[in-house]
Write a protein that binds this ligand. Structure first.
Ligand code: SIN
Length: 477
């Protein structure tokens, strides 16, 4: 399909460097090797950090206009290469090509927005309580940033972090997922063409444990920004405490999707399909538990099954709706969750098996009679399965929705405005979709409560996590 390179190096100080070893990147569709990437050992990772530190000294002195112009070039290159990037995303992640196109546009929007926000970094000046004094704050870039990104959005999670950091005047060392590193490496090439000075954006691949340890303990790195599992997030947080690093974490979710009795059911199904099946259910904000009011549950199940029957499962390159899962581990987890639910009395309303295509495909699956003691209720399934729970009372469904350690995204459908306000206040979630299954935009301060993370990305404040505030009291008398 595309001109993907056979081999990719590490991007260190503006140059492609051959690492000490290498790794094959596989297509989850058929397990075939699509490319080979260099991987870094401890010494090479430290060298990348040193170069990134060196680059920070000059990049932080570039004017905001200069940084913004370079980011705009980067945005234009990403848009120009939309087809190539989309195809790479699909080949390395299995995501349907139409979704990859949307991801490129979504990812590019963070670059454009950060380029604009670079021009709006501002500070406060206070009226002094005493005469003869000036009180004000100034903002300065935090320093070298380590960004660790997940496989499920190989482009958008990189641009959401890197473009805001670079716009703020930071230099970045990126460790993309070893499952989907090629999109990031192509972004690296485009960043050089766009005019990023050497060392401002470095990319190293390799063993996540080794590189994660270097990045979270190295004294030159001042900030870690991570998207991925809660387990790894906790480890990075622990390691980062040794050098008191600033840390932002976007971790797991267990999103409730609530359909109240007064909801427009057809609209709710449209919203649900969007919130559930994006990337075959492999997103942190995917609807993980479906709560439906008892009075409408039978009709809702019928309508939903009709939609599930129409989903095409298959090769993402052929515009199917659902591609393969990312790995054997992901498939095993789904099989385990469905088995556990069946054993504990849940009813499979639709699907419930590996797909007849074999490989890493799993059937879109609807499970009813779901109870609190089942894995499908408590854990993020990250796949095309729908655990459904009936409810009768508003308080009951809000309590059940909040009965989890996670707090990333929640969705609900209703036409009742007083219920809307109560739910907004009572749902313990960082992001809420009301009568909509789509909440992703560059304007969303993306992030969660509880064990879903710390900090926000994107939004009007997208540069703040990469800026320090200094307070100045100037006695000018
Ligand atoms: C995620 O799965 O964490 C990202 C989803 C998004 O940005 O829409």
């Amino acid at each position: 399909y595309i001109c993907m390179k056979k081999n990719y190096g590490l991007l260190i100080n503006g140059k492609w460097v051959k690492g000490s070893s290498s790794l094959n990147v596989l297509n989850p569709l058929n397990d075939k090797i699509i490319s080979k990437i260099s991987t870094a050992n401890i010494e090479e990772s430290i060298e990348a950090v040193n170069n990134c530190h060196y680059a920070f000294k000059s990049w932080s002195k570039f004017s905001a206009k200069n940084r913004s112009d370079i980011l705009k070039n980067f945005y234009n290159l990403v848009k120009k290469n939309r087809k190539k990037l989309s195809e790479i995303i699909t080949l390395e992640s299995g995501k349907p090509i139409q979704e990859s196109n949307v991801e490129v546009d979504y990812g590019a929007s963070f670059i454009e927005w950060s380029a604009e926000q670079a021009l709006r970094i501002n500070s406060d000046v206070f009226e002094s309580p005493e005469l003869g004094k000036k009180l004000f704050t100034i903002k300065s870039p935090i320093g070298v940033v380590a960004a660790i990104t997940p496989w499920n959005f190989p482009l958008a999670m990189v641009t959401r972090k890197v473009s805001s950091a670079v716009a703020a005047g930071c230099s970045v060392i990126l460790k993309p997922s070893e499952l989907t590193p090629i999109t990031a490496l192509e972004l690296g090439s485009m960043s050089l063409e766009a005019g990023f000075p050497p060392g401002v954006f470095n990319i190293i691949n390799g063993d996540p444990k080794i590189i994660g340890e270097v990045l979270s303990t190295n004294t030159l790195i001042k900030k870690i920004t991570f998207t991925g599992s809660t387990k790894v997030g906790k480890l990075l947080m622990k390691n980062s405490s040794s050098t008191v690093k600033n840390i932002s974490l976007e971790l797991g979710g267990n999103a409730p999707f609530i359909v109240f009795s007064d909801a427009n059911l057809d609209e709710a199904i449209d919203g649900f399909m969007m919130a559930k099946f994006r990337n075959a259910g492999q997103t942190c904000i995917s609807a993980n538990r479906l709560f439906v009011h008892k009075s409408v549950s039978n009709i809702f199940i019928d309508k939903l099954i009709n939609r599930l029957k129409r989903l095409n499962v298959g090769d993402g390159m052929k515009s199917n709706d659902i591609g393969p899962l990312i790995s054997d581990k992901a498939l095993k987890k789904i099989i385990d969750h469905v088995g556990d639910a069946k054993k504990k009395g849940a009813k499979i309303q639709f699907g419930g098996n590996r797909h007849k295509l074999g490989g890493l495909f799993y059937e879109p699956t609807l499970i009813s009679n779901v109870k609190k003691n089942m894995k499908v209720f408590n854990k993020e399934n990250f796949g095309p399965i729908i655990p459904m729970i009936e409810f009768e009372k508003d308080d009951e469904v809000i309590n059940k929705s909040n009965d989890t350690d996670y707090g990333l995204a929640a969705y609900f459908y209703t036409k009742n405005s007083s219920r809307v306000w109560k739910n907004i206040n009572n749902l313990e979630y960082g992001m809420i979709g009301i009568n909509s299954g789509k909440i992703s935009t560059y304007l969303n301060p993306f992030g969660g409560l509880k064990e879903s993370g710390i900090g926000r990305e994107g939004s009007l404040q997208c540069l703040d996590p990469f800026l320090e505030t200094k307070f100045v009291l100037w006695n000018y008398d």
